[in-house]
Structures are given as structure tokens and as C-alpha cells.
Design a protein around this ligand. Structure first.
Ligand SMILES: [Cu+2]
Length: 576
């Protein structure tokens, strides 16, 4: 049985895991094995539907927990998709309340975004279908139902959405059983075995937090690992708790990815904050650990009101094996083009404030969310600074739908901590902090949301609607990418006699690649045919063409149903 296909059934699993450990002859068993083997949600298979029901799951061994879950699985099934693929799933709401599925971090059309206004009523079904356009990375999905998102997520409605692409596969990162997704959530031990969700006034203020951690839905989780390099995909799927992630023995780790895929450079760290809605990908090397020892993943304490900031143990790694993952820490990660602050057309300020029950406990620009009100109108492809001004003593992880953004400044400082760099969709604001992000909406017009990802803050109104206007047709973002299309710089450049031009096709389209001289005269059309989604390359050879040294232009155009989807030009230099 492949580990990823493993459907949890906790009591049996935990007992089974105990036996081989105690029989492992000759090795010192320094840590008594307690707890439950880390579970992995089932992987959603092609053609499978997602059905939401209220059901019972065995979260704590031998006890039943009432969950609101997809396909009876807590956490929900893991979805794995390749970049460029069309994803489709039928969502059946067989729960007693309205619900939606929001694809957190994915760039999808408005009506696929699972917003509260597009609720699927009890007994109804809805087909979510969209092109998966963005980079490989760890994304997720969760309920986004009006006023009850917090309840739904707390009771189990969330799961992984993992995108893979070829660029990432080429990096030689730890894979298979050495690539471990970990969704971290907290629950209240006083309510075991139930996920009781009854926020009191203080919970609505601070967010609903628990005092015990579940990883992949496993309480007291442990994972038996080898003395080797691992890739961990960390997702904070908690309602409100922020984790200050670290290993109990201070094992350093390498941060390789943020919310929206790989960073452009690795960052060494021994601790890092992870707020609700955020993802982090790290590489951790256990090759110098002693076999038979254990190390905990934990959250270090930090100053904050209530349970927030309390130290909490997340899970345990037992170093039991000596197999190598064969994975490496990459020397070079794919480049990210950073937005230029001077290119921004405007700054929008969002003041986060705290009021009373009457004025709205959590507000953005003195307003609480109104589903029927459009708070901001933005133009497609225009670079803007969104400045979040936190005037409260609380933490607020701010999430924007329909975009990947870049953090530009934190606390007035534009020299960023390397941890803040890379593509993000959620950014944590510390108490009374101002954070500026640069954002450009490139992919879809329509109504989208921006909100705090502390779910009680969101449910209490800390959210706005904004409308993106314009046509996402021929312009591209700064990675030369729109709707999954891209044209790369030729390589080598300069060249003699030949060079290769790579390009990516995001959806089935007619693709033409043309070569021009610097005066604009067409020289050749090396590509002109219908393409299926994928990455392609073409070698252009000037041998025997009698062309002079100098600059040449290549231009890619993609179209479908008579509509131009993508146009991009690049320059290359031929040296005889
Ligand atoms: Cu908040």
C-alpha cells in the first residue's frame, strides 16, 4: 500500500506501529513510543466527487468525533494536480448548512472561487472547474460559507491542494515518502473527543484557539523517519493560532517555499512564524541525528494575549531508519521577478481596527463585511501597493483572493527579512504593524475577497469585496505568464549557430512563434499549430540562412476560439 493512498483508521494503525518498533533488535530505544502514527488523508482520484456530510470520524483512538467533512475524511482528501491541467470536481452539499469550497491561493475565475455569495445550498451540487495555471506549490481548500467558515473549518472541512510542475521536479528535492505534507491545527483538550465550536466573546476577539495540536488530523502524532533530508510542506489550517515553528533540539532547516511555491533563494532558519492560511516548505536534514532518538516539532512561545503565543508541541519525529531520500538542498531556485515599487500606480490603505459589538468588533476601514457592497474597484494588470495598517493589539494574517502578491515593506522597513520574500497570498501583521504588499491582478476579472484569515475575525466582518475590471487577454504579468502561458528567454544568448526558445501553453490553443529582424520584417515562423497544455521548446538554427549578426525578435502568440490569449516578444542576439 502506498503511503499516500493510506486512509486512516487510527486505533489499528497506532497499535500496529508499536509492534515493529519494539521488535527492532539491537538498537537502543531511547524514546518510548507513545501517541498515534501520523495519518495521511486519501488522495482524491480522477472522477471522484467531493461530498460534504456531518459524520463521525475516529480522531482519538477508540472514540468518535462529529465532523463536517468531505467524503468522511478529516482532513479532507488531498488533491494533486499538474500545472496546466484542467481540474474539475462535483461538490455535493449533503450537510444541513450552506457551504462553498474556496481554493486558497489558486487563481481561478470568480464563480469558481467559492465565495460566500456563491453558496451551495443544502442538498445541492456544484461543479468546480478551472485551469490550474500557477506554479508548483502547496495550496489548500476550505469552506468559505457566510459567517460559519470558522465552524466548518474547525469541524474538519479543509484539505491540501498540491500543484506539481516540471520545473520543480528537476530540482532533485526529496520526493515520495520523503515529501511530507503536514497540516497543523489546534483543538481544545477539555472537549475531547468532540470538536466543540462555541466561541465566547473572548474567542470572537482573539480567535478560537485550542491547547492541543493535531497534525493531519492526528492527535499526539509521531512519524518514524530516516537519517536523511526531508521536505515538509507546512500548512497552518488552524482557525486562529499562529505557530512559531521550530524543532525541539534547534535543528536548523532550509526554507524553500512560501504560499505560492518555491522561493528564489533558500533561507536558513531555526524558527519561523506560520499564521492561519499560510504555507511554508522546508527541508530538514536528520542525517546527523542518532538512530533511536526523537525530535519534536513545536511552536516556540511569543508574546500575545490569551492562548495565542503559548508554546505547544505539534508532533514527534522518531529517527528509526537509515535509508537516504536521495534529495538535495538546491543551490539554485527558479528566479522571481520582483515588482518595482516605482511602477505602482497607486496605494490603497486598509486600516484594521477594533470596535464594539455594535460598531463591529473587527473592521477594515471602519466597515464590517457586506456581501452586497463592493468596497474597492481595481483594474486588471495595474500594479498597486496595498498597505495594511494594523491599529489593534491583535495579530491579523491578511489574505487576498485572486492574486499572488509580494511583500514590499514591514513596519516601514523596505529591507525585508528573507523570510518575507517570494510569492504570497497571506501575510501576517503583528500587533500595531503596517505591512505594504505589491499586487497586480492579472488572471481573472470579477468580484474577489480580501480578509483576515483568523476565521473568527473574518466571520465577524473583517473582510471586503473588491471588483477587478478589465480583460485578461494579451497582457502578461512580470513572469511573462497569464492563464498559464509563458515564453522564456532563449538559451544560449547570444548564440551561434542555434538557440532554444522555451514556452508554456496553459490551455489548448493555436500557438504561433515568429522570428523578425530588428526592422520588423518576418524571417520565419518555426511554430504554427494547435498545442495541448504543457511546456515546449523549439531550436532555432541560423546555419546557412545568410543572416547578419545582430538583434532578432521572437514573438509567441496563442489564440483559441478567435480570441488572442497571449502575446509576448523577446530579443535574442546572433553573433556570426
Ligand atoms: Cu484578524
Amino acid at each position: 500500500m502506498k503511503r499516500r493512498d493510506f486512509v486512516f483508521s487510527s486505533a489499528v494503525t497506532a497499535a500496529a506501529a508499536l509492534i515493529p518498533s519494539s521488535l527492532r533488535g539491537g538498537e537502543p530505544q531511547k524514546t518510548p513510543l507513545t501517541g498515534n502514527a501520523l495519518r495521511f488523508p486519501p488522495v482524491l482520484q480522477p472522477g471522484q466527487q467531493l461530498t460534504l456530510t456531518t459524520t463521525n470520524a475516529e480522531v482519538w483512538p477508540g472514540q468518535l468525533t462529529e465532523v463536517i467533512a468531505l467524503n468522511g475524511s478529516y482532513p479532507g482528501p488531498t488533491i494533486k494536480v499538474k500545472r496546466g491541467a484542467q481540474f474539475s470536481v462535483i461538490f455535493n452539499n449533503q450537510h444541513s448548512e450552506e457551504a462553498t469550497i474556496h481554493w486558497h491561493g489558486l487563481l481561478v475565475p470568480e464563480l469558481m472561487d467559492g465565495q460566500p455569495k456563491d453558496a451551495v445550498l443544502p442538498g445541492a451540487s456544484y461543479t468546480y472547474t478551472f485551469m490550474v495555471t500557477q506554479r508548483a506549490g502547496t495550496y489548500f481548500y476550505h469552506s468559505h460559507a457566510h459567517h460559519i467558515t470558522g465552524k466548518h473549518v474547525y469541524k474538519g472541512f479543509a484539505g491540501f491542494f498540491i500543484i506539481e510542475d516540471d520545473a520543480e521536479l528537476q530540482l532533485g528535492l526529496p520526493a515520495g515518502e520523503f515529501d511530507v505534507p503536514l497540516v497543523i491545527q489546534d483543538r481544545r483538550s477539555a472537549n475531547i473527543p468532540q470538536f466543540t465550536y462555541q466561541p465566547a466573546m473572548m474567542d470572537n476577539m482573539l480567535g478560537y484557539m485550542g491547547d492541543t495540536a493535531l497534525v493531519n488530523g492526528t492527535p499526539d502524532a509521531y512519524l518514524e523517519i530516516h537519517k536523511t533530508l526531508y521536505r515538509f510542506r507546512l500548512l497552518n489550517g488552524s482557525n486562529a493560532r499562529i505557530y512559531n515553528i521550530a524543532f525541539s533540539d534547534n535543528t536548523p532547516f532550509t526554507i524553500i517555499g512560501t504560499d505560492s511555491g518555491l522561493k528564489d533563494e533558500t533561507v536558513q532558519a531555526s524558527s519561523v512564524y506560520l499564521a492561519p492560511g499560510e504555507r511554508l516548505e522546508i527541508l530538514a536534514d536528520f542525517s546527523n541525528h542518532q538512530q533511536g532518538t526523537s525530535v519534536n516539532l513545536l511552536s516556540l512561545p511569543f508574546t500575545a494575549p490569551g492562548l495565542q503565543g503559548d508554546s505547544i508541541t505539534l508532533m514527534r519525529f522518531d529517527i528509526t531508519g537509515t535509508q537516504s531520500s536521495g534529495g538535495v538542498i538546491p543551490q539554485l531556485l527558479p528566479a522571481i521577478t520582483y515588482y518595482n515599487y516605482a511602477d505602482k500606480l497607486r496605494t490603497r490603505e486598509f486600516v484594521l481596527s477594533q470596535g464594539t459589538m455594535a460598531t463591529g468588533m473587527h473592521r477594515i476601514n471602519d466597515k464590517v463585511y457586506d456581501m452586497n457592497r463592493i468596497d474597492e474597484v481595481v483594474q486588471i494588470n495595474e500594479l498597486e501597493e496595498w498597505k495594511f495598517v494594523n491599529t489593534t493589539n491583535l495579530y491579523h494574517p491578511m489574505h487576498i483572493h485572486g492574486v499572488m502578491f509580494q511583500v514590499y515593506s514591514r513596519g516601514g522597513n523596505t529591507t525585508l527579512d528573507p523570510k518575507d520574500k517570494g510569492w504570497k497570498d497571506t501575510v501576517l501583521l503583528f500587533p500595531n504593524e503596517t505591512v505594504g504588499v505589491l499586487t497586480k491582478f492579472t488572471d481573472h476579472a470579477g468580484i474577489f475577497l480580501m480578509h483576515c484569515h483568523i476565521l473568527e475575525h473574518e466571520d465577524m466582518g473583517m473582510m471586503i469585496n473588491f471588483r477587478i475590471e478589465g480583460e485578461p487577454t494579451t497582457s502578461t504579468d512580470d513572469e511573462g505568464r497569464i492563464n498559464g502561458f509563458a515564453q522564456e528567454q532563449n538559451y544560449p544568448n547570444p548564440f551561434n549557430p542555434s538557440t532554444v526558445i522555451g514556452y508554456t501553453v496553459g490551455r489548448r490553443a493555436m500557438v504561433e512563434l515568429e522570428l523578425y529582424d530588428i526592422q520588423g520584417s518576418l524571417i520565419a515562423r518555426p511554430v504554427s499549430r494547435v498545442h495541448e497544455p504543457g511546456r515546449y521548446s523549439i531550436r532555432v538554427d541560423f546555419t546557412g540562412q545568410g543572416l547578419p549578426s545582430g538583434m532578432y525578435i521572437y514573438r509567441m502568440k496563442a489564440s483559441a476560439e478567435g480570441k488572442t490569449l497571449f502575446v509576448k516578444s523577446g530579443k535574442m542576439e546572433y553573433i556570426k
